[in-house]
Design a protein around this ligand. Structure first.
Ligand SMILES: O=C[C@H](O)[C@H](O)[C@H](O)COP(=O)(O)O
Length: 224
């Protein structure tokens, strides 16, 4: 057991029969999906809404039925990972490049729960590079703007050195900020830059965080 596995498996307690469940992306969500598949083999019935092609593939492998975001009127709960989470339950997501679909699914969800290991818990956001999803057309203009603002952008690349392409066909600029003084203000600023499709700052968008520790225990922080 490690912290990610502990948190991922704990999240199964949030799921009830008949729910429509948003399925996040990443190595922590992997353990949640595994636990969900086990419960479904024992008779639990849920429908999933995936946030990435990777999650679609895993859900298919584990026979978790899925529907598209377009075809649901509501999602009862979404279980997703995060790259950093601060004491206000704001966070950075998108280390795996799934931020756009994750935010769309999160916004359509009644309840949003993050599963993280204890290394993701921070006092201040920003040490983890902030992913910003940009359209490929003219992306260097957005990069230049980010450079002018001293946000230290770096184009994300894949193993072969080519630009990383998101599921939606966009590029990612990772902003090396080190410290984000005001997450809401930065989110608002990035929301208004032409060419930026989405960013990985999730502000006021999470209801509960399950933090897993290496010894298997869970710390729960809920929005009050
Ligand atoms: O794009 C990826 C997602 O935002 C992930 O949920 C996040 O990067 C955390 O991933 P992991 O659980 O693998 O650390």
């Amino acid at each position: 057991m490690n912290g990610k596995e502990a948190a991922g498996r704990k999240a199964i307690d949030e799921i009830s029969d008949g729910m429509t469940v948003g399925l996040g992306t990443g190595s922590t969500v992997y353990y949640f999906l595994q636990a969900l598949a086990e419960k479904m083999a024992d008779g639990l019935s849920v429908t999933g809404v995936a946030t990435s092609e990777k999650t679609v593939a895993l859900a298919k492998e584990w026979n978790i039925p899925m529907v598209s975001l377009n075809s649901v009127s509501r999602i009862d709960v979404t279980i997703d990972g995060a790259d950093e989470c601060d004491p206000s339950l704001d966070g950075i997501k998108g280390g795996g490049g799934a931020l756009l679909y994750e935010k769309l699914v999160a916004k359509a969800s009644e309840k949003r729960i993050w599963i993280v290991d204890d290394r993701k818990k921070v006092e201040q956001l920003g040490h983890f590079p902030l992913p910003v999803e940009v359209i490929p057309f003219g992306w260097k203009k957005v990069q230049a703007l980010m450079e002018n603002k001293q946000y230290h952008p770096a184009l994300r690349r894949n193993e072969t050195g080519e630009p990383f392409i998101t599921d939606a066909g966009h590029y990612i600029l990772d902003l090396h900020l080190e410290k984000i003084q005001n997450a809401a203000a930065l989110a608002d600023e990035l929301d208004h830059v032409t060419g930026i499709v989405e960013h990985g700052l999730f502000v006021d968008m999470t209801d509960k965080v399950l933090i897993g520790y290496p010894d298997g225990h869970i710390e729960t922080i809920a929005r009050t």
